[in-house]
Design a protein around this ligand. Sequence first.
Ligand code: GLN
Ligand code: ZN
Length: 758
Amino acid sequence: MSKVMSSNLGYPRIGENREWKKLLEQYWSKKVDVESFEKQMEDIRLNHVKKQGDLGVDLIPLGDFSLYDHVLDTAVMFGVVPCRFHYHGGKVPLDTYFGIARGMKDASASEMTKWFNTNYHYIVPEFSGSEPELVENRPLALYREAKEKLGIKGKPVIIGPFTFVRLSKGYDEADEYAIIEKMVPLYAQVLKELQEEGVDWVQMDEPILCTSISKQEVEHFKEVYKVLKQSAPEVKVILQTYFDRLEHYKEVMAIPVDGIGMDFIHDRGENWDALRRNGFPEDKFLAAGVVDGRNIWRRNLVDAHSFVTLLTDHVAKDRLIIQPSSSLLHVPVTVRKEDALDQALKKGISFADEKLKEVVILTKALGEGAWGVQKELDESVKSIAALHESSGNKSDVGEESPLNVRRGSPYSIRRKVQPHLPLLPTTTIGSFPQTSEVRRQRMKWRKGEIGDDAYQQFIRGEIKRWITIQEEVGLDVLVHGEFERTDMVEFFGGKLEGFQFTTFGWVQSYGSRCVKPPIIFKDVNFIEAMTVDETVYAQSLTAKPVKGMLTGPITILNWSFVREDLSRYTVANQIALSLRKEIEALEAEGIRMIQVDEPALREGLPLKKERWDEYLQAAVHSFKLATSSVQDETQIHTHMCYSDFEEIMEAISDLDADIISIETSRSHGQLIHIFEESIYDKGIGLGVYDIHSPHIPEREEIITHIKRSLKVLNPKQFWINPDCGLKTRGITETISSLKVMVEAAEHVRTELLVKNER
Ligand code: GLN
Ligand code: ZN
């Protein structure tokens, strides 16, 4: 009997009760001191390692845990710190670490963007400071920690040099090779020290191999990994890929490493095809991702077992490692406590812990024979059948919808009949601070301590307060503030048919911010108006226009766990049709501006360029399905943030929204260049200040930002707004920041008018 191994690529760091998040926020608000913070974090970290060991995982990842983000961890371990933080070598202090992530006095935060096609945001490393050097061998420290404290010999996980450099900025594209060359000796040093410590396995994450990279780049991989391998010949290096098929299979197989990790879930069968056709190198381990690391459905273990058995036609059993398709960072911790869920649903899903159990069962089935785990295999099939039974209908509505997806008139005509506003109109993105009082009242209402009426009165009170504030601040287009919503997707999921909610199913989105993605397991349908009450109430309080505020179909889709028995596009169109009804209801009540947020549109973009068109066309179709039935007079807004938009501006324009607001302040205005070359003719706001930073922006900063935008955009189309919703900010800082923004807008407005008169 030959031993098959089980492995994990990464475990959710937030903890079963989000203890990680809570601790982090306590530290930031100075409620715990540094020693206690570090000690408690160590406990959480070690607890996760131990838990995986108890579940029976052979290769336990180390270094997946982080105090904020693992890309940032990689950057600081190499001393890659933006120059504005005045860092001069040595281990990066904790406050600088958090400063890079969140901004600090005199130094703005680094850009934050989405990790491939997920809703996890990483901090973009910037090569603008001193030369990179190895200032702290993190993997080594973590390896020692787990070994000494738990007696566990873990598997350090490191973001590989190609992925690390590609995801960074602060260098010219042409210099990328040179930067990688600079990084190689540092990585080599890390590996060498790990070898001296007696480390057996290292996982080098190179998901960049799943994007559309060239053959020549893969050749470069070969050279670099040869050097790395030579620096630590005894360490077994697994080159780990995920989220799609790896590109240039044959060439990748020739990279001199000990194992290749492949995703057999999100590859559309293409990794398997390539492996079957080309074989797998005898001298390598295959780390096979056969349990979905990103969705929550229980794995059909009979199918999975057949699949891994097929793999053994090409790979010796003792060269096989069974694992999830990616890090489990993207799923919640455990289903165990989800008692409020529909029973069939509860049995039909797996979170991180359950997924690791699936991995361990599959490993046993393959290594020792299926008879030992037959019961578990059968049970998975039964549960999935029961789940599908309970999901009921499978409707194709909307796939080939006969409904019109075109606005009545083109933008140039519509704009003339839409609400009249001053030059450079000011507005916000939708949400206002979700204070502890707002959360406390919601809690009470949920627990039944206060009734519907009292809760509604409370929400109305907040709306009224903020309408007054917005008028005093002098904004031109107001919002109701989203006080009734915890999360922009959760809220709509709770009101539409077809969704279910977990109680503890949190997933990290960025920093300490976690989201609880709803589960779409049935056909989605509109039940009743979802936002009309609050919006109409807000509008009744002011003569200024109030924007209705909805979350778009693609964002609801991408931020939910979606059933797999229908195509994702069908599900998106079901959502779009429901939103269309909501928009019509708002319009019927006299709301003249409706914003349909699509912050997740960009993140859903496939890793492979050749698949972009298909995705974007479907996404645009869904958006238009939701938004196109309104009158010319009704202004449709949309909003997007925290992604690179340069490459998809055409699709964004195709959405045909009258106004779009896009975040640009964190990327320090990079996007603006695109408007030098291509013409964007509709209304547009490029967020003028960073809402993720607790600092109040300076008036001059905002003026500079606006003026820079006006070099390439017409003042008649330009809007002034913060770069995202304000719900994570405090009340006073929000008001102060908005005042500064309005003053800045007025300043530029006056200048423009004076210039015009001359
Ligand atoms: N309207 C939402 C808000 O203001 C948009 C949030 C987002 O883009 N993520 O909170
Ligand atoms: Zn946003």
